[in-house]
Design a protein around this ligand. Structure first.
Ligand SMILES: Cc1cc2nc3c(=O)[nH]c(=O)nc-3n(C[C@H](O)[C@H](O)[C@H](O)COP(=O)(O)OP(=O)(O)OC[C@H]3O[C@@H](n4cnc5c(N)ncnc54)[C@H](O)[C@@H]3O)c2cc1C
Length: 446
């Protein structure tokens, strides 16, 4: 089974339809590969992971080339919510502590925070305009009963992760940030900010071009051979011959790409809508006065933020097929959820709706490393829907490993678990279906 979703989800000729696309010039500047090219390291995929890895590998003197099936940022990197924040695991705090112990859990959260700082640093280093907004991240309790979960989270962030954070009552939430019917207090975390992900990923691609790193668009790797310790990656127009390969394809990975991927990843869909720009009166009518990104305590959580031009972005998980018909249904459901959450904006026009694939793994943790089957094939992926900072950081981490500036053990054990297969991988979509049904029930409980 090469792909788990409808083929249209992988169709690079189909417009994504995101608001972000309207904020950047057309990205059609990179040529497709049309010859045979030799390089040290070939990178497959040009999202945050691939581009960050390329920049850091090149800084260390490696000769790199990037193959991208669409255009840079066509995958999740150019179409996400722009939360440059922490949290790329689906393990609970208790599970992290139980499985990895306090020190490795602490290290994991330092890496996550470093990821946020790395994004700021790269934006500065390459003079990228990324529309950075807000200060930290706000998690809102969607039921009075979820306040205790926030209190536990607060204790964990303070004591284990050693992050700056503050618990807010519902009055403090209203005073400092927003007022919504399902807002029963919040946890403010002083790590993270919002950005325009398309501007950020395109900025990284520009930096890659400026460093004269070979970047080929519309060049899907369709076949892969290895002879004489050299990988040959075949695209429709040409072939790259490389000593090493980095797979940076996350939720858009085809399991046919490399045999060791079989049954090891579970991409999940996320959906986003944006409104037209809201006036200051409309913002005041809903009691909204923050640029800090917000999400809530639901398992199938909603994430939302005010954008630089006054538009509002609202997103949530969901979707199991990826067809146009399902997408139309998801648009309707998400719009209803948006209007319920923000009653003062019940008539506001929705201008854009789109979706995309994030990626989860059987361990419920992100992964960096190389395959036991072939140690010259590296990967960095599975950020569990939280990859703006983590993918940027993982691209750098894997580049450091590949250039012997670091060893895998220099990074938290949370990141370096073997990429194991799901039990009975053919049932993955059924696991997801059951999980979503359970989450929906739990989220509805008072
Ligand atoms: C709707 C949505 C909202 C999200 N919101 C957030 C958020 O607010 N904050 C956050 O931190 N994270 C968010 N995420 C997750 C985040 O976007 C991802 O974790 C991150 O972008 C992954 O980056 P990447 O470079 O690893 O993969 P991607 O950006 O997905 O890039 C993979 C690339 O590989 C290419 N590719 C695949 N196969 C091949 C092949 N055979 N040959 C050549 N190229 C290939 C694809 O075309 C694609 O461009 C969201 C994801 C989605 C879908």
């Amino acid at each position: 089974m090469a792909r788990l979703y409808d083929t249209s989800m992988y169709d690079r000729t189909r417009p994504v339809g995101s608001f972000w696309e309207t904020t950047v010039p057309s990205p059609m500047v990179d040529p497709p590969l049309s010859h045979t090219l030799h390089c040290d390291t070939a990178i497959i995929g040009s999202g945050f992971t691939g581009l960050s890895a390329a920049l850091h590998l090149a800084e260390a003197g490696e000769q790199v080339c990037i193959l991208e099936a669409g255009t840079p940022g066509w995958g999740a990197s150019g179409r996400n919510g722009g939360f440059c924040c922490v949290g790329s695991t689906r393990l609970s705090d208790e599970e992290l502590l139980q499985r990895f112990g306090r020190d490795e859990t602490y290290r994991f959260f330092q890496h996550q925070r470093d990821g946020v700082e790395l994004v700021r640093h790269l934006a500065q280093q390459y003079n990228l305009s990324i529309d950075a907004q807000g200060n930290g991240e706000i998690q809102v309790a969607h039921r009075p009963s979820r306040r205790s979960a926030l209190e536990n989270q607060y204790a964990f962030f303070k004591d284990v992760a050693e992050y700056p954070c503050v618990l807010w009552t519902s009055e403090e939430l209203t005073e400092k940030a927003l007022q919504i019917p399902e807002g029963y207090g919040a946890l403010w975390l002083g790590v993270g900010f919002g950005l325009n992900p398309m501007k950020y990923v395109q900025g990284l691609a520009t930096a890659v071009r400026q460093r004269a790193i070979a970047l080929y668009a519309h060049s899907p790797v369709e076949a892969w051979e290895k002879t004489d310790a050299k990988h040959q990656l075949h695209t429709p127009g040409g072939t790259v011959v490389a000593r090493r390969v980095l797979i940076a394809t996350n939720g858009y990975t085809s399991e046919a790409l490399f045999p060791a991927f079989e049954g090891r990843l579970l991409p999940v869909m996320s959906n986003i809508l944006t409104t037209r720009p809201l006036t200051s009166e409309e913002l005041a009518a809903q009691g909204w006065h923050t640029e800090t990104p917000v999400f809530n305590t639901q398992n199938l959580l909603f994430y939302f933020r005010l954008l630089a031009d006054g538009r509002f972005l609202f997103g949530g998980r969901g979707g199991m097929v990826g067809s146009q018909e399902e997408s139309d249904r998801r648009r309707h459901v998400l719009t209803q959820q948006f209007r319920r959450t923000f009653p003062a904006w019940s008539e506001v026009e929705i201008t854009h709706f789109w979706n995309g694939l994030a990626c989860t793994s059987a361990n419920l943790t992100p992964h960096i490393g190389s395959f036991a089957e072939d140690p010259s094939v590296f990967y960095a992926l599975a950020y569990h829907g939280n990859g703006v900072a983590a993918a940027t950081w993982s691209g750098r981490a894997i580049a450091q490993i590949m250039t012997d500036q670091a060893q895998l053990t220099d990074f938290s054990a949370v990141y370096r678990q073997p990429l194991k297969a799901f039990p009975l991988p053919g049932l993955r979509m059924w696991y997801l279906r059951s999980l979503y049904a359970l989450y929906t029930l739990q989220d509805a409980l008072p």
